[in-house]
Design a protein around this ligand. Structure first.
Ligand SMILES: [Zn+2]
Length: 124
């Protein structure tokens, strides 16, 4: 089975989570490049792009369109993001106390922070 979705979804934290957790599996994720319109395979790479004031790594997950070279930033992970991811994992581990509102709030915070990071590092 093949999943085709537009690159615009790459900005969504949930999409990233799926990419990551299915990573290494049999599913090859593809999407349509916004720039050249070609269907491309998503091959997410990770690169440390900066360090915060405490010296902690800030890494970017991205993929590059093999046709036109357009770089798509999937996710930028810093301490803030790591904390939120950990908080979501804690929620997942407690299905009895699982609060979808709290989870949604966490995702929203991450999306907001992702926008700030993209701006700071001049990513589209
Ligand atoms: Zn392209």
């Amino acid at each position: 089975m093949e999943t085709v979705h537009r690159c615009a979804a790459a900005g969504s934290v949930d999409c990233v989570a799926k990419l990551r957790y299915n990573g290494g599996g049999i599913n090859v994720k593809t999407c349509i490049c916004d720039k050249c319109g070609k269907e491309i395979e998503i091959d997410v790479q990770e690169e440390v792009i900066d360090r915060d004031k405490d010296g902690k790594e800030i890494s970017e997950q991205f993929f590059v369109c093999p046709e036109c070279g357009q770089r798509y930033t999937v996710f930028i992970c810093d301490q803030f993001m790591r904390q939120k991811i950990a908080a979501r994992k804690r929620l997942e581990r407690m299905p009895m106390n699982y609060d979808p509102k709290l989870d949604t709030a966490l995702v929203k915070e991450m999306q907001k922070h992702f926008k700030r990071l993209k701006k700071r590092y001049d990513r589209s």
